[in-house]
Ligand binder design. Structure first.
Ligand code: F0G
Length: 446
């Protein structure tokens, strides 16, 4: 494999590098790894990205992920030739990222207290498996294929497993998915079965499922496709490229994501750091991460609500002991993550250190919202003719909160990522059947 790219420890005082022809995702010092490219891509590529949108049937130009392949080029592809791309790059027929771009949603803007023109939401639910995960799964499974892997493994609150199972089926490899029993949306569970994955139900939550799946991957030689895998995060950078492309590469004031395992937070941060270092952008958008109140580890630690001290990146030396003490405190008090937004029902965000780096670079903020606020957020997106799940409803809800706190200004340019499509139809029915809900339109009977 090409030495233009390595895996590098994110801990600046370690910085050990690894070749990429293996599935090591954690440094011997315990930190996670980044994908590092030695070349600086020329800004003229922007023109090429535009041209590729006129794809002429080439699925690697049609794909909203692989259209940007020069910026995630761990596979060393240097060609426009379809057959050569097809030998290496994994795509679900060009559909990942294809429909994703920011949209104006005036009712959601009113809900959040924003100007109609400057508040944009990007539905990543319109990916082939119905969530943003396909962005990163296409790259992770590409790497798995480069290694000749026969089985991929993940833990999931439902969307990762749907995406992994879908790509595995398409590539004819095996897929084991570890899910918290009874805690995932029915539509997501159905997808894992339908795409032929082996479902392993864990008595416990996502954090327990992740430990079990990482252990199993180690024992059986399966390839982990959770967001601890740095190749996943490479693909997820394309979410941000599509935002920027839509804005003619003029960065917005804010980019807003829901926070779960903090993979998106980390990939957005890495993406912006790279673009800034390459001289592609001068302005750095601020990131806002929205936790569910019932799963608010990042909110509490980042804002200094535990031990009265804010957890920070601290030049690459965050207080890891504090994270461990926080987790011990959760265990001791029997606090388990609990929210109806099951996608983000996560107590131990695996990418927390990378996320700290992202927020440090972007002067970011972390807020929390209630289940009710997320349900209203989900519903107002629906009233604009788009559908999203409750975890994504955290985005309009979080912007509303940041507006009322005076942190986001009314005419700031804000792009929020709607991470997934509605896969629990019961939630929408429940919401609208209860007339006390803000946007409920209860059914009538005659
Ligand atoms: N939104 C949706 C719809 C998700 O499915 C997830 C994560 C997130 C937000 C949080 O993203 O982890 O990058 O902070 N779902 C994972 C899964 C955990 O297994 O499907 P994150």
């Amino acid at each position: 494999m090409d030495a233009h790219v390595v895996k590098k420890c994110i801990n600046p005082s370690c910085g050990l590098t690894y070749e990429i022809n293996n599935d090591i995702y954690r440094c011997s010092c315990g930190s996670l790894l980044d994908i590092k490219y030695s070349q600086r891509p020329p800004r003229e590529l922007i023109e090429k990205f535009y041209q590729r949108r006129n794809h002429g049937g080439n699925i690697y130009n049609e794909s909203g992920v692989w259209r940007f392949r020069d910026l995630i080029n761990f596979a060393g592809i240097d060609t426009e030739d379809f057959d050569e791309c097809a030998r290496v790059l994994v795509s679900l027929d060009g559909s990942e990222g294809r429909l994703s771009k920011p949209y104006r949603m005036s009712k959601a803007a009113d809900h959040a207290g924003m100007e109609h023109d400057s508040f944009l939401l990007q539905p990543e639910g319109y990916n082939p498996s119905g969530s943003f995960k396909d962005n990163g799964m296409s790259t992770a499974v590409t790497h798995a294929k480069m290694l000749g892997v026969r089985k991929i493994i993940c833990a999931s609150t439902g969307n990762t497993s749907a995406s992994a199972a879908m790509y595995a089926a398409n590539e004819d490899i095996d897929c084991d998915v570890y899910i918290p029993k009874g805690e995932i949306a029915p539509g997501k569970l159905g997808q894992a079965f339908q795409f032929g994955a082996q479902v392993i139900q864990i008595q416990g939550n996502f954090d327990d499922a992740l430990s079990a799946s990482l252990k199993n991957a180690k024992e059986t030689g399966g390839y982990t496709v959770n967001s601890v895998n740095p190749f996943r995060l490479e693909g997820q950078k394309t979410i941000v490229y599509r935002v920027l492309e839509h804005l003619n590469w003029n960065p917005p004031d804010w980019i807003v994501y829901p926070g779960g395992a903090l993979g998106n937070t980390s990939s957005c941060g890495k993406c912006l750091i790279e673009l800034y270092e390459w001289g592609w952008i001068k302005k750095i958008p601020r990131m806002a991460i929205v936790n569910a109140e019932g799963a608010n580890t990042f909110y509490e630690l980042y804002n200094g609500l535990f031990e009265n001290k804010k957890l920070t990146w601290n030049d690459g030396r965050p207080d890891l002991g504090m994270i461990e003490r926080y987790y011990a405190h959760l265990d001791e008090k029997g606090i388990r993550p609990k929210t109806h937004a099951t996608a983000i029902q996560i107590g131990r965000p695996a990418n927390i250190v990378k996320a700290l780096r992202a927020l440090n670079f972007t002067n970011g903020v972390v807020v929390q919202v209630s289940d009710k606020e997320m349900a209203d957020g989900m519903s107002i997106v629906g009233l604009n003719g788009f559908d999203c799940e409750m975890a994504s409803g955290a985005v309009p809800a979080g912007v509303k909160k940041l507006r009322s706190d005076g942190i986001i200004k009314r005419d700031d340019v804000v792009v929020g990522i709607l991470t997934g499509r509605q896969k629990d139809a019961g939630l929408a029915v429940e919401y609208h059947t209860n007339e006390s809900n803000l946007y409920a339109k209860p059914p009538t009977n005659r």
